[in-house]
Each structure stands twice: as C-alpha cells, then as structure tokens.
Design a protein around this ligand. Structure first.
Ligand code: NAD
Ligand code: MN
Length: 358
C-alpha cells in the first residue's frame, strides 16, 4: 500500500466548499483504486484566521506542511481583508519559499461544455499554459515613498534572473516535447520591456537548441490574446511570465467554458518541497454559501495532484469521471448555464468513479 500525506488548506469563501468536494472525490478515488491511501491534515488558515491572529498562517506554518507529499489549496480572499494581504500572506507565502516555480495550467473544452468561441470544439482548444511562478512582476520588489503626498512614488519592479528564466523555459520545452504536437509559444512583451523581456527571448533561443524536436514561436502578449480567440487551434503549449500568464490563463479558462473548471499545479520540479494544487478561481464572494460553486476545477486539480504523486491510473480515472459528468448538462452548475449544485456534481463524480470498470 502506498501512503501519501496531503495538507488541505481550504482558505476562504467557496475555497472551503470546493475543497470539501474535492477531498470527497479523492477519498472515493483512492478506495476505488485500492493501491494507495491519502492521509489528509486540515489547516484552517485564511482570512478568518487572520481576523483572529493578525496573520494568514502561523509563523511555523510552512514547517508544518513541509514534510507533506502535496498541498491541496482552495482559494483566499475576503471582502473585508485587502487582497494583497490574503495573497501575500498565504498563497504566495507558500509558493515562493517552496520554490514552486512552475505553475502549470491545462485548458481543454470538456465534453458537454460549450465554448463562448462559436464553432470551436474539443480538439481545437487543448492548451497548457506554463506560468513562471517565482519572480518577474510578482517578485515583491518595490516600494512607496512619500506616501499620501502629491509627489508620492510607487514601484513594483519586475525582476528576472537568468537562472529563473532558464529553468522555466526548460520546464516548458520539456512539457511541450511530451505532448503529441511538440509545439511551444514563448510569450513576451519584448518590444516595450526592452531589458528583461529581451533576455527572456534570448534564453528561449538558447534552451530551444536543447530541444530540436520542439517547434516554437514567439508572440507578444497583446497579440497572443487575439490569437487565443481567433486561431485557438494554432496553439498547444505556452510559456509566459508571472503576470502575463496569470491574465492569459483567465482568458483561457473563460474560452474553455468557465473559470469554475480551470485547474492548476504549482510545481517544484526538483521535489525539494511539496507542490500545491488548486483551482485557478478565487473565493467568489458572490456565490459563497449558496452551494452552487463548480467543483470541477478542484477535481481536475486533484487529478493533477494524483498524477504528480505517481498515481497515474487513479488520476486518469478521476478525469474520466469528471468528463462523464460534464457530458450531462443536467449536472452543470450555474456558471455553465445549468442549475446543478456542488453536491449533485460531487455525488455524480463519486458514482462515476465507483462505476468505472476500466
Ligand atoms: P473569483 O475567481 O473569485 O470570481 C470571479 C467570478 O467567477 C465570480 O463571478 C465567481 O462567482 C465566478 N466563479 C469563480 N469560481 C467559480 C466556481 N468554482 N463556480 C462558479 N463560479 C465561479 O475572482 P474575483 O471575484 O476577482 O475575486 C474574489 C476574491 O478571490 C478576491 O479577494 C481575490 O483576491 C481572490 N482571488 C484569489 C485567488 C486564489 O486564491 N488563487 C485567485 C483569484 C482571486
Ligand atoms: Mn489569476
């Protein structure tokens, strides 16, 4: 029996609802598989914790999850706590020290789901966005001087290192190489950002030489948004900076039907630290407590987590169950135009898992 320890951090808002659903499906998945067990430790860190203790997570928080095999994360964000506090206090406070520098964001149009792009269907939109997750625009370098005065100055410096860019580029080329089309688009804004982005392009060309079987091209980020809408079939794997990929992946999620289905993994490829899996979406105050949050993004993230743990068969079985459920419009939550609840979708995925005999 293979045993894994998972740290569950549901966080805020619908984060708690979708993580509960995700853990339910993962438990059924493990039972159905029979070859592994998941021991889950729950951590109540987030905005409620912040209001009580003045911090999003305890000082020794990272030490408490460092030894886990993976982290299953919901979302952070509360109406009465500033977003930069929740983000830097928990999500980035885990991603950055744990060196989860590769943020992997698959996008596909799942069966039964309609893209807002008319005439685009399944096989024409199958992408993976690789987001640099440790530096760039979110390096945290900057400051405010003369705060509140008319001559106040504020900076957020986008910081790129040769080591950081080279490792994400290698990760992206390797991922592109593992996919059938072996196609990578390197996204920048190297016309306007003439230092860091030019280095990014140079490093892309250097790393490309190590992967002669990968076809690659370069694209400015603004033009990339148009290409995603007008020529989705021309795209396969994308690599972009922290900020650019953050924005492109919300667009990708919407083009695939809903933010409520988009998953992500924050990966430390060297496995020196646990990797973290989460839905892309936030805490969604507007639907919190209504029981209608779409849990599909979290199930898909759970499947990525199983894959990362090496449980490939269980990961595939969970995705098959998800796809059987999305194929039925009666099991679509309101974000997909249906009227199903989180519980209905979760029960249906669990039933599909039990009934999967392949
Ligand atoms: P959001 O992702 O929470 O919601 C955007 C829209 O998508 C809302 O209308 C919401 O109802 C809908 N939506 C999102 N997930 C859904 C799901 N699973 N099912 C159905 N509908 C879903 O983004 P926002 O409204 O910009 O931000 C709300 C809070 O979340 C803010 O505090 C923000 O900082 C935070 N946030 C956190 C993360 C994270 O923890 N990774 C990511 C994005 C936003
Ligand atoms: Mn985002």
């Amino acid at each position: 029996m293979r045993d894994y320890r998972i740290a569950a951090i549901p966080g805020d808002g619908i984060g708690t609802e979708v993580i509960a659903a995700g853990l339910q499906a993962l438990a059924v998945c493990a039972e159905r598989d029979g070859g592994f067990r998941l021991a889950v430790d729950h951590f109540d860190w987030g905005s409620a914790y912040y209001k009580k203790h003045g911090v999003m997570m305890p000082a020794d928080g990272r030490d408490r999850i460092r030894g886990h095999d993976a982290i299953f994360f919901g979302a952070v964000g509360a109406p009465d706590v500033p977003d930069h506090v929740t983000l830097w206090g928990l999500r980035l406070a885990i991603c950055q020290p744990f060196d989860q520098y590769a943020n992997v964001r698959p996008t596909r149009i799942l069966p039964g789901i309609t893209s807002p792009l008319r005439a685009v269907s399944g096989p024409e939109l199958d992408w993976v966005i690789v987001r640099e997750n440790s530096e760039g625009e979110y390096a945290g370098v900057g400051g405010r001087v003369h705060q509140g005065f008319p001559y106040e100055t504020a900076t957020d410096v986008a910081m790129f290192t040769r080591v950081g860019v080279t490792r994400i580029m290698r990760y992206a080329f390797r991922l592109a190489q593992s996919r059938p089309r072996k196609l990578l688009t390197v996204v920048t804004k190297s016309n306007a950002q003439r230092h860091a982005m030019v280095m990014w392009d140079e490093i892309a060309a250097e790393v490309a030489a190590e992967f002669p079987d990968v076809t690659w091209d370069k694209m400015l980020v603004d033009a990339m948004t148009m290409r995603m809408v007008t020529k989705p079939e021309s795209i396969d794997t994308i690599v972009a900076t922290n900020l650019h990929a953050d924005i492109l992946s919300d667009l990708a999620a919407a083009l695939a039907g809903s933010l409520g289905i988009a998953p992500t993994g924050n990966i430390n490829p060297e496995r020196a630290f646990p990797s973290m899996f989460e839905p892309i979406h936030g805490s969604a105050f507007d639907i919190t407590g209504k029981g209608i949050a779409n849990p599909i993004a979290t199930f898909w993230s759970g499947s990525m987590m199983l894959e990362h743990l090496g449980e490939t068969a269980a990961a595939a079985r969970l995705m098959r169950a998800v796809e059987r459920v999305t194929a039925d419009p009666r099991l679509h939550t309101p974000d997909l135009g249906g009227s199903a609840t989180t519980a209905m979708v979760t029960d249906a995925v669990c039933e599909a898992l039990v009934g999967d005999n392949s």
